[in-house]
Structure formats: C-alpha cells, structure tokens
Design a protein around this ligand. Structure first.
Ligand SMILES: [Zn+2]
Length: 173
C-alpha cells in the first residue's frame, strides 16, 4: 500500500483516492478521524456505541486515558524523551498505536497509547517510524534505529497493537 501510494500515485490525493475505493483511513495510522463525545469512555472502556465519525482533522478533546498517558510520562516523548514546555505547562500528544478511526478500530485504552511529542506523533501516524519486537524505534524506510522506546512501569503496552502498526509499516509481513 505504501509503495503503491508513494511511488506510483504520488501526485494524487491519497485520502480521497482511498475513500473512493473503499479503503478510507489506510493512509494514516490514526484512520479516519473520529471524536468522542464529552464524557464517554471516561472509564477507558471500548465500544462501537461511543464511536461517532465526523469530518475533522484532529480529536478535539482528550479522553481520560489520553490524559492519563501524558500524566504518567509527564509529557516526555516515549521516542525521544523531549518534554515540550509551553506557557501553559508541559505539552505532549497521546498517540493511538492502533488508530481509533476506521479501518483500524483500535481501542481507546492505555495499552493502545503512546505519549509522543508532536514530531514523533506525525512520524508514527504516517508510518515513517515503527517499533520493533525488541522495543527499538526504527525508520520504516531502511530499518535504521532511532531510539529505544521509553517505558513506564505503570503503562503496559499491548504488543498486538504494536505489531498491527508495524505491519502497516510493511514490517513482519
Ligand atoms: Zn519525540
């Protein structure tokens, strides 16, 4: 898919093309953008009933688990360790490993989240970097190592979600 889009169909609007052929969301690890109505999934539970697709380019309000992952890591990026300091305090982004949106339908749970800086969030969502079986973050183009994923004792990451993302990066297939 990545080769097809980037090498042979580089001039096209990938999101629109994929939507036309019934593969909407496959151009991004996040999938088709979704939003959670305020108050749902506050307990971290998952379910289709809380999922509501809208036309938007970012999730406008963090879920409780998204807030939790940022607090656990105190806004330090799990790839590079950066903690962006803003006038409003630390800033980081909660990245779903298996995207919430279609077609990925990942769960909004701590085990499916990473705390990332904006740069590494973009690289992760665009399948530019992936996490290998040993927790090494690598560039998808040539497998070159970038860093060792930083873990937190109270933040378990489900290896199945990591494997899902890795396969979308063309690894392990
Ligand atoms: Zn980073």
């Amino acid at each position: 898919m990545r080769v097809l889009l980037t090498r042979h169909l580089a001039d096209l609007d990938h999101a629109a093309l994929l939507a036309d052929i019934g593969l909407a969301g496959y151009d991004s690890a996040a999938g088709v953008p979704t939003i959670y109505p305020q108050g749902t999934l506050a307990d971290g539970s998952e379910g289709e009933t809380a999922r509501r697709a809208i036309t938007a380019y970012r999730v406008v309000r963090d879920s409780q688990v998204a807030k939790a992952v940022k607090e656990l890591h105190d806004h330090h990026c799990q790839v590079c360790g950066l903690r962006l300091q803003t006038s409003n305090g630390g800033y980081s982004e909660a990245a779903h490993i298996r995207g919430l949106g279609a077609p990925h339908h990942g769960p909004d749970r701590l085990t499916n989240l990473l705390c990332l800086c904006p740069n590494h969030h973009v690289l992760f969502d665009t399948f530019t970097i992936y996490i290998d079986r040993d927790g090494i973050v690598r560039g998808a183009a040539d497998g070159s190592p970038i860093s060792e994923l930083r873990y937190h004792a109270r933040h378990r990451i489900d290896p199945e979600h990591v494997s899902y993302h890795r396969q979308l990066c063309g690894q392990d297939v």
